[in-house]
Design a protein around this ligand. Sequence first.
Ligand SMILES: Cc1cc2nc3c(=O)[nH]c(=O)nc-3n(C[C@H](O)[C@H](O)[C@H](O)COP(=O)(O)OP(=O)(O)OC[C@H]3O[C@@H](n4cnc5c(N)ncnc54)[C@H](O)[C@@H]3O)c2cc1C
Length: 161
Amino acid sequence: MQEQAHIARNGPVVILGGGLTGLAASIASGAEIYEADEAVGGIASSDHSEGFAFDRGIHVMQAVPARIRKLLDDAGVRLNVRNRRAFIYSHGTYTPYPFQVNTAGMPFGVRVRCVVDFLTRPRGSRPENYEEWIYQSVGRGFAEKFQIPYSEKFWTVHLAK
Ligand SMILES: Cc1cc2nc3c(=O)[nH]c(=O)nc-3n(C[C@H](O)[C@H](O)[C@H](O)COP(=O)(O)OP(=O)(O)OC[C@H]3O[C@@H](n4cnc5c(N)ncnc54)[C@H](O)[C@@H]3O)c2cc1C
């Protein structure tokens, strides 16, 4: 059994897991966190070995609202600011990431399909899993042309799971 890292806070609720979700919930509620690992951070943390840092997941904040920036400043976190130039190679062309707001350059038929499917996407029912959430959020075109294959590769599991 790994030693439990324990952040002392007072409250009637306890939080299992000190990843970003647990840390945010603790800030909002003041509840105690119990973390199975030796340190908090979960997927967003890094492992250190022989002077090198190995990130468990990519450490990128796509946007930093003022409130979050203050939170990070108060915690002593220093951000490196970079201008991102990320592209998706699809249908013989490079489209700026994220795909769902950058269809310029894609074949006309694909662009029409994505936009029409977005406008007519199913809405109203509660998504049961990430795949359903994607269909409801961006529609079939964006979902099947990019979001689903990208996310399956990213998370390495079927999105219904
Ligand atoms: C490869 C990759 C790249 C990513 N890149 C980005 C990015 O660039 N930008 C971005 O915003 N997001 C990114 N994400 C997503 C983001 O990192 C995660 O969504 C987020 O870190 C998940 O936080 P979490 O607290 O929900 O879960 P986790 O980080 O998984 O935290 C769960 C915590 O709970 C602990 N735990 C589990 N079971 C127990 C138990 N029984 N008792 C006590 N503790 C327990 C675990 O040890 C862990 O610390 C990326 C994810 C991946 C996989």
